[in-house]
Ligand binder design. Structure first.
Ligand code: SAM
Ligand code: CA
Length: 278
């Protein structure tokens, strides 16, 4: 436990006996604050699977979920979220607050033709499909069909599966083929990238041609569990350390890319929105 930064303000040592009394009081005070904070953390710990909260406290994040997200979450999204929570790789899922954000964003920009790279069980896919008009389209790609099929019955029940074209396999060769055909250029309103982080820059090179001028690409996990600011010797899990360098490289490249305007949001694990301007 680290005492809160305001605690030292109460330390006013004068002579040794008052100093001891003050210290005792201070120790007691620090202990009480520590207990209170622990209780608050335990009581307020959020339950959102796969979410690596970037907020100051879990209680604050739980507040967002309970006040704004869960009460308005469409029933199929709730069902898919609960189904995914039981899956061993549930850490990969898009969090409910990010799902809500994507859903609103797509409506705000009137997205119709979209793409998603990295589907898993389909939470962000469903958030997208529900936001699009009846004739909206999502080209969804993932190397793993099995996980997509886990969520598919829920997507079908929601009546939005007709908007989805699922392609099984690595996304990069598909993008290469698409870029070759001029008629795909500038044809996407929105592209959500949430797959292999070591390929994000390769995706960007292709997607910048496929998204329309004024359209958006969203790169997910650009704060990479907060590791983008971790000191070099920080004890990071192996996969976090491995992908961190790629995320850092992507963030640097996006920041200076004159073809886009960007906005990095601390939603979920960080999402960078790129609006193509030329
Ligand atoms: N957007 C998903 C959601 O809302 O649950 C989460 C996607 S998960 C973080 C990453 C996914 O990318 C995994 O399902 C994985 O199989 C997929 N993936 C990994 N490498 C890929 C590649 N080269 N091409 C396409 N998908 C890939
Ligand atoms: Ca993600």
């Amino acid at each position: 436990y680290q005492p809160p930064s305001h605690a030292p303000l109460l330390q006013v040592p004068r002579n040794s006996s008052t100093q001891r009394r003050e210290e005792d009081k201070e120790t007691k005070r620090t202990r009480i604050i520590a207990m209170a904070e622990q209780n608050q953390t335990d009581a307020g710990r959020h339950q959102e699977v796969g979410h690596k909260s970037l907020l100051q406290s879990d209680a604050l994040y739980q507040y967002i979920l309970e006040t704004s997200v869960y009460p308005r979450e469409p029933e199929p999204m709730k069902e898919l979220r609960e189904l995914t929570a039981k899956h061993p790789w549930n850490i990969m899922t898009t969090s409910a607050d990010e799902g809500q954000f994507l859903n609103m964003l797509l409506k705000l920009i009137n997205a119709k033709n979209t793409m998603e790279i990295g589907v898993y069980t389909g939470y962000s896919l469903l958030a997208t499909a529900l936001a699009l008009p009846e004739d909206g389209k999502i080209l969804a790609m993932d190397i793993n069909r099995e996980n997509y099929e886990l969520g598919l019955p829920v997507i079908k029940k929601a009546g939005v599966d007709h908007k989805i074209e699922f392609k099984e396999g690595p996304a990069l060769p598909v993008l290469d083929e698409m870029v070759k055909d001029e008629k795909n250029h500038g044809s996407y309103d929105f592209i959500f990238v949430d797959a292999d982080k070591d390929n994000y820059l390769n995706y960007h090179k292709r997607l910048i041609d496929l998204v329309k001028v004024g359209g958006l690409i969203g790169y997910d996990n650009t704060l990479w569990n907060g590791s983008v600011v971790a000191p070099p010797d920080a004890p990071l899990r192996k996969y976090v350390r491995y992908y961190r360098d790629f995320v850092l490289e992507l963030n640097k490249a996006l920041a200076v890319d004159p073809r886009i305007e960007i906005c990095m949001l601390p939603v979920g694990d960080g999402i960078t929105l790129c609006r193509r301007i030329k």
